[in-house]
Design a protein around this ligand. Structure first.
Ligand code: RIB
Length: 311
């Protein structure tokens, strides 16, 4: 663990790629109920790829390590990532399908998802170690929990060996033992994940409560960020504690908002921004991502986040 914030360099993301099928519903179906909808959208998703795309759109040099199946969806996804300008170190797992995300989005933009891991579940720790041993040393390494737990641990160990700042977006929740503790510099989680990692059932009622809960999670990593949706985010770490105010918008589809937050934070840090402005930009990017359908289509670009027109 470096404990340092990078001031330059590239972002290396180790993570998942999914094809998302999003259905837009007025409300979630009840058990035993069938609901007919007017609209479904297929798009590129997966937390790893979403975060890589967001960082790249904001001007960071990005390398992506992951796995796709031997199917046409895998071919399409690799072409898409290349077209976005991302350097790929992606395994083809011939006897598996590329990951799938089934997303339900309700009228207020709230989403719930089920993921079929497919090839993502075959990204081994050995493959991760080999991929991280190649190429120049990145400024920051980022991963999430949509790949096997042993591969997440391998990312943390390798980053520590390379003395590179390591960021874990621990989403979705995975029950690790003590082995996770101290491997990553940053832990980023949403409300549900924060409660699960802290072992709490009830959500705090106010920002002070969330700050206390984030402080508890410092047993996992020294720098902790909890994203709170429409309530913004909290940070507790080596630079003290902060409540980051929300950027208010009328959400259409919140898919990928958390990924946009994480990708933006990492892009801002390798650009040499201090943590306060990185957090502020991440909050704005996450909010802008909720304004359109799907995860990646609505992610903002460099001109919106780093050079907004003066009013
Ligand atoms: O964070 C949003 C992502 O979660 C979706 O793109 C879906 O694929 C799931 O991985």
């Amino acid at each position: 663990m470096t404990g340092a914030i990078p001031t330059s360099g590239s972002v290396l993301v180790v993570g998942s790629l999914n094809t998302d099928l999003t259905v837009y519903v007025d409300r979630l179906p009840r058990p035993g109920e069938t609901v007919c909808v007017a609209r479904a959208v297929t798009s590129f998703g997966g937390k790893g790829a979403n975060q890589a795309i967001q960082a790249r759109r904001l001007g960071a040099a990005v390398t992506f390590v992951g796995a796709v199946g031997g199917d046409d969806r895998g071919d399409d996804y690799l072409r898409h990532m290349e077209a976005e300008g991302i350097e790929l170190r992606v395994a083809r797992i011939g006897d598996h399908e590329t990951g799938l995300g089934f997303v339900h989005c309700t009228a207020d933009g709230t989403v719930s998802a089920t993921v079929v891991s497919g090839a993502n579940a075959r990204l081994s720790a050995a493959a991760v170690e080999a991929a991280l041993a190649r190429g120049p040393r990145p400024g920051l390494i980022l991963t999430q929990n949509e790949i096997p737990a042993e591969s997440v641990i391998a990312v943390g160990l390798k980053a520590r060996e390379m003395k590179v700042t390591a960021v874990l977006n621990a989403a979705p929740y995975v029950s690790y033992g003590q082995e996770l503790h101290g491997l990553f510099d940053f832990l980023i989680v949403n409300e549900e994940e924060a409660l699960a990692y802290a072992g709490h059932e009830a959500a705090p009622q106010d920002i002070s409560g969330w700050l206390r809960l984030a402080a508890q999670l410092r047993s996992i990593a020294p720098e902790v960020i909890v994203t709170l949706g429409a309530a913004g985010a909290v940070y507790v770490g080596g630079r003290g504690e902060r409540a980051v105010p929300a950027f208010h918008v009328q959400a259409v589809d919140t898919t990928g908002a958390g990924d946009s937050f994480v990708g933006t934070l990492c892009a801002a840090l390798v650009r040499g921004e201090d943590l306060d402005s990185a957090l502020e930009r991440a909050t704005i990017a996450g909010a802008l991502t909720t304004l359109g359908a799907g995860a990646q289509e609505s992610m903002p670009g460099e001109s919106q986040i780093f050079h907004p027109p003066s009013t």
